[in-house]
Write a protein that binds this ligand. Structure first.
Ligand code: PEP
Ligand code: MN
Length: 274
C-alpha cells in the first residue's frame, strides 16, 4: 500500500469552491486564488480597513487570525471569540470569504460559524486529534506544512483529513526550518511542482511566513506562481509598522497593489484564471 492513497495523483484535480457573501471563487489547478489580510485580527477598525483594501485590490479571500499560535506566551494571542465576531462583520461588509486558524479542538464549532476555510497552522500539522475532528467537518481545510515536516508527513496529515471524509484539503507551503537564519524560514519552491506531480490537491504558497521580510514577499510570490502554485496567502496590513504581529513581513496597500498587478500578468502567462 502506498503511504498515502487519497492524496495520490490518480484521480482528477481537486477544485474547491469557496462561497462568500456575494459570490464565490475556486481553488485548484487552472486558477490563481489570492488570500490576503493581516496576520491577526486586531480591532474592528483595522480588520475592516484591511478587508476593504484587499477586496478593492482584487483578493478573493480574507485572512486574519483570531486565535494566534505565538512562540512566546507574552506575545499578542489574538482576540479569540471577539476576533471571530469581527471577521463575521468583515465578511458581511465586503462579501469576502474568510480563512482563519483553529488552534484547539474545543474551538472548532465557534470557528466554523464564521470561517469559509479553516486553517491548520504549521505548529498543528501534526496534531492528529485536531485533524481527525476536522476530517468530520464539512469545511475546506487549509493545511500548512509543519515547519520541520517532510513532504510525506505533510501528505499523510492531509490523508488524516481525507480518510475521515473531508476531501476539501488545500496544501500551503510556508517555509521550513533549516540552518539558515537570515530569513525566518527557507522557502521550498521545488515542493510546488513536486506536490503537483504527487497529489491532486490544490497547492498554495505563503511567502510572508516563508521569508519573514516584506521585501522578499513579492519576488517569492512570483516565483511560487511561476513554479505552478494555485494561489498565494499574503499578509497585508494597512499600517505594518503598527501591527501587533508579523508587521515586518506584511505588505502595505501600495506593495500589495503592485504585487497583484504582477501576479495578474503572471497568471495570464501561466494560463490561470484569476
Ligand atoms: C498564520 O498564517 O497566521 C501562521 C501562524 O502561519 P504558520 O502556521 O505558517 O506559522
Ligand atoms: Mn503571521
Amino acid at each position: 500500500m502506498k503511504p498515502y492513497r487519497l492524496a495520490a495523483r490518480d484521480g482528477k484535480d481537486t477544485i474547491i469552491e469557496i462561497v462568500g457573501n456575494d459570490g464565490s471563487c475556486l481553488i485548484g489547478e487552472g486558477y490563481c486564488t489570492i488570500i490576503a489580510g493581516p496576520c491577526a485580527v486586531e480591532s474592528e477598525d483595522s480588520i475592516l480597513t484591511a478587508a476593504r483594501l484587499v477586496k478593492e485590490l482584487g483578493a478573493h479571500i480574507l485572512r486574519g487570525g483570531a486565535f494566534k499560535p505565538r512562540t512566546s506566551p507574552y506575545s499578542f494571542p489574538g482576540l479569540g471569540v471577539h476576533g471571530l465576531e469581527l471577521l463575521a462583520l468583515a465578511r458581511k461588509e465586503t462579501g469576502l470569504p474568510i480563512v482563519t486558524e483553529v488552534l484547539d479542538v474545543r474551538d472548532i464549532d465557534r470557528v466554523l460559524e464564521v470561517a469559509d476555510i479553516v486553517q491548520v497552522g504549521s505548529r498543528n500539522m501534526h496534531n492528529y486529534p485536531l485533524l481527525r475532528e476536522l476530517s468530520r467537518c464539512k469545511i475546506p481545510v487549509l493545511l500548512k506544512r509543519g515547519y520541520a515536516a517532510t513532504v510525506e508527513e505533510w501528505l499523510l496529515a492531509a490523508e488524516y483529513l481525507m480518510a475521515g471524509g473531508n476531501e476539501q484539503v488545500i496544501l500551503c507551503e510556508r517555509g521550513i526550518r533549516t540552518f539558515e537564519n537570515m530569513t525566518r524560514n527557507t522557502v521550498d519552491i521545488g515542493v510546488v511542482p513536486l506536490l503537483k506531480e504527487l497529489s491532486h490537491l490544490p497547492v498554495i504558497v505563503d511567502p510572508s511566513h516563508a521569508t519573514g521580510k516584506w521585501q522578499m514577499v513579492r519576488p517569492v510570490a512570483k516565483a511560487a506562481i511561476a513554479a505552478g502554485a494555485d494561489g498565494l496567502m499574503i499578509e497585508v496590513h494597512p499600517h505594518p509598522e503598527t501591527a501587533l504581529s508579523d508587521g515586518e513581513q506584511s505588505l502595505n496597500g501600495g506593495n500589495f497593489s503592485r504585487l497583484m498587478d504582477e501576479i495578474r500578468a503572471l497568471a495570464r502567462l501561466e494560463g490561470k484564471k484569476m
